[in-house]
Design a protein around this ligand. Structure first.
Ligand SMILES: [Zn+2]
Length: 479
């Protein structure tokens, strides 16, 4: 590991690969308090780009951003029984402040249904106030005993949508709209071909009537839940008195939803596309889409550096995020390895001989093409197309990988084999006790009942009782 760009190969130890990579690629560092994460500028830029794409779609569909307090009275969480039961083990509670013990402890928000529910009750009185469509960008705290950067940290960043509606049909439309936004952002921006579906009862959000999810397959075959959308029915409305007067003058309970996507998605990007050389970033999320490495020493180096800066300016004008690596004290090989580790989609190498022939050498981070020499003048105009192709290539590659490792199974033997390297598509009886049995024996859980699954009935892959759901369920090991 002469230049410190090496990471443990994925095939040797996927988890070590991940942990080494997030640090060496300068995405994150460990925070001083256990389980906390410092997001470094390169990692934060990734998050900002994802956030920008999602925020635009949230606003375009009629939602407004607001901000609610970090500290929530503990009693609020108790008002919805299932909600408090689900979150209790993960809560951080403030008992002392201002030098004395508080009369009522304050919870550091693990999610904001309760405090937002309290405000909705104040703000909604008539059917004309509905639907109320809110979104919040915030940090939340869920105490984590086994932290993994981006995937499970005590504090993380996310958005949480919270909406109130006049009836179940409108709230369900909203629940599915949010799921569609997540599917689109995952597929079109992060190049993650997720499966959208409904969680089984045992995997439902605490307090929800129905929970929907998008699930991506990581390169070790495990599933990552990358976003969830919940229909709460009137559970939270009843707990927080969220009522409205209907057009007919009757007092009715609202139907509410909530939905969230978090910094966990960055972990999904790393594990969907990364390889033994490091990160592979989809162009639409890459802080630098193109890095230009000028080569040469002394007077030659000055000329290639000037040409690299000129090229970067022209790329920027063409809407490309370009960066010049002017670290002349480091060898070209070191710099190439560094940008491969950090996942930059396109590297342009500019040496004295390239300059003489008005060309530049292009290397893609992945693919069969190998290095190519391009006419320097044409690079800015062709780069958006090259980046779009690379983005599509990543999605195709991830889709092929997922499809190869997704197996319809009919026997328990084939089930356990399938979840050892990917996902099993199996008929299931829907009983929580049978899910528990499967989890205990195969370490696999139902990830979702896919929305687009074909109709099929038969018997449960584990217990042989009649299948529920009318279609196959995706089972897998998960993060
Ligand atoms: Zn069963």
């Amino acid at each position: 590991m002469a230049d410190d760009h090496g990471v443990t190969p994925q095939s040797e130890d996927f988890s070590a690969w991940y942990n080494e990579l997030v640090a060496k690629a300068q995405l994150v560092d460990r925070g001083p308090a256990k389980g906390t994460m410092v997001i470094r500028p390169y990692g934060y830029r990734l998050w900002e780009l994802l956030q920008g794409e999602l925020d635009r779609r949230i606003k375009d569909t009629g939602h407004e951003n607001a901000y609610f307090p970090l500290l929530i009275p503990e009693s609020y969480l108790r008002r919805e029984a299932q909600h408090v039961e689900g979150f209790s083990p993960e809560l951080a509670v403030v008992t002392h402040a201002g030098g004395k013990e508080l009369e009522e402890p304050l919870v550091v928000r693990p999610t904001s249904e309760t405090v937002i529910g309290e405000m909705m009750a104040r703000w909604i009185s008539s059917h004309r106030d509905l639907p109320l469509l809110l979104n919040q960008w915030a940090n939340v705290v869920r105490w984590e005993l086994r932290p993994r950067m981006f995937l499970r940290t005590t504090e993380f960043l996310w958005q949480e949508g919270h909406t109130a509606h006049a009836d179940a049909a409108d709230a369900m439309r909203e629940t599915m709209l949010a799921l569609d936004l997540y599917t689109e952002v995952a597929r079109d921006i992060a190049a993650i071909p997720v499966v959208a579906g409904e969680k089984t009862a045992g995997e439902r959000f605490a307090g929800a009537v129905r929970t929907f999810t998008i699930e991506g397959m990581m390169r070790d075959g495990k599933a990552l839940q990358a976003g969830t959308s919940h229909y709460m029915g009137t559970n939270f409305a009843a707990a927080f008195d969220i009522h409205y007067t209907s057009a007919a003058g009757r007092l009715e309970l609202c139907h509410t939803t909530s939905w969230g996507m978090s910094t966990r998605m960055i972990g999904g990007v790393i594990m969907t596309h990364g390889d033994d050389k490091g990160l592979v970033l989809p162009p639409r999320l890459a802080p630098y889409q193109v890095v230009i490495v000028p080569i040469g020493r002394g007077e030659q180096g000055e000329r290639t550096l000037a040409a690299a800066r000129d090229l970067a300016a022209r790329l920027t004008a063409a809407g490309v995020r370009a960066h010049v690596d002017d670290r002349a004290q480091l060898s070209p090989g070191f710099r190439f390895n560094d940008w491969e580790l950090r996942g930059v989609p396109i590297r342009l190498e500019l040496g004295p001989r390239d300059l003489e022939s008005d060309t530049v050498v292009m290397a893609r981070r992945l693919g069969e093409e190998g290095k190519q020499s391009l006419p320097l003048a044409a690079v800015p105009a062709s780069m958006p197309g090259i980046l779009a192709e690379f983005q599509e290539f990543l999605l195709r590659r991830a889709t092929a990988f997922r499809d190869e490792r997704t197996t319809p199974v009919g026997t328990w033997e084939s089930f356990t084999a399938a979840v050892g390297s990917g996902w099993a598509l199996a008929l299931h009886c829907g009983k929580p006790s049978c899910e528990d049995d499967i989890k205990a024996r195969a370490a696999a859980t139902p990830r979702c009942v896919p929305l687009d699954g074909a109709a099929e009935t038969g018997t449960c892959v584990r217990c042989g009782e009649p299948s529920a759901y009318g279609k196959r369920v995706v089972f897998g090991r998960s993060y």
